[in-house]
Design a protein around this ligand. Sequence first.
Ligand code: GLV
Ligand code: GLV
Length: 335
Amino acid sequence: MKPKLFITRELFPDVIDKLSQYYDVEVWDRYQAPPYEVLLKKAKEVDALGTLLTDKIDCNLLSQAKNLRIVAQYAVGYDNIDVECATKLGIYVTNTPGVLTEATAELTWALLMAAARRIVEADHFVRWGEWHRLKTGWHPHMMLGVELKGKTLGIIGLGRIGSRVAEFGKAFGMRVIYYDAIRKEELEKKLGVEYKDLDTLLQESDFISIHTPLTKETYHLINEERLKKVKPGVIIVNTSRGKVIDTEALVKALREGRVKAAALDVHEQEPLDPNHPITAFINVTLAPHIGSATYETRHKMAELVAENLIAFYEGREPPTLVNKEVLKVRPPGFK
Ligand code: GLV
Ligand code: GLV
């Protein structure tokens, strides 16, 4: 009998076909995430789970899932999974790093430039008739933005995505500085970026782009106190996790004009309530958590989920295992 696998959303048919050679696959085919009760029920029945960042895989669920051996996450971030608990229980957790670096870095750059040159505002200006109403085709003060060349880009979190964004910054003639919990001297040399402590980064950056995972340490890393330290007129971009920024504090800083603009792909609550105060700012560009949303990348992510599940099935260490310590608790495989 094949081990049972429950996947919480439709991936690509070719990937499901491939997985079906090894697993008895069930796919949740609704657009919305399965409710927690359904997830819990399925987790108790299966040997493997394919999850998304919208699925809460907590210790309560993991400890009731007696046959569950692997949780294969279709995302690079895994803050929705209690990894520590999984490790204790001998459950493997995998993610999809690397394959989404380019897509996420590219979206970051699209947002950064949109904020710098007020692209969304400009679109509204044309589309909703303001340009027409003003009866002038061109004006020296119309829709002025800011340039990138010669400005300082501060990157918080110099992982794969942060490094790629740093390269874009260099290509645009920016000075690039970074803060990371771990200083990366090799990378600094390779990329031509300078390490700064967080306070200095806040004080010196004209643009700040966030690329940290969400952890206890990074929760509300950008809070009211830190937003008081920024260079007035800074533009903030976030494509990591919404909870890294205290949104209420950001709203305040935008209101006071200390932050000139923001571009946010991720939010503390997703989906974002359209009545949330952040949506009232025309200088805030919003996107619905689409960092990795390209055809190419989403397919590569699905393939990596399958590779992890197949490696585990064959008793091999999954290629992008998150909790390596689990190898000491239980060997890979269903035997
Ligand atoms: C998406 O946010 C991811 O973590 O892959
Ligand atoms: C994610 O892939 C990162 O390391 O930034």
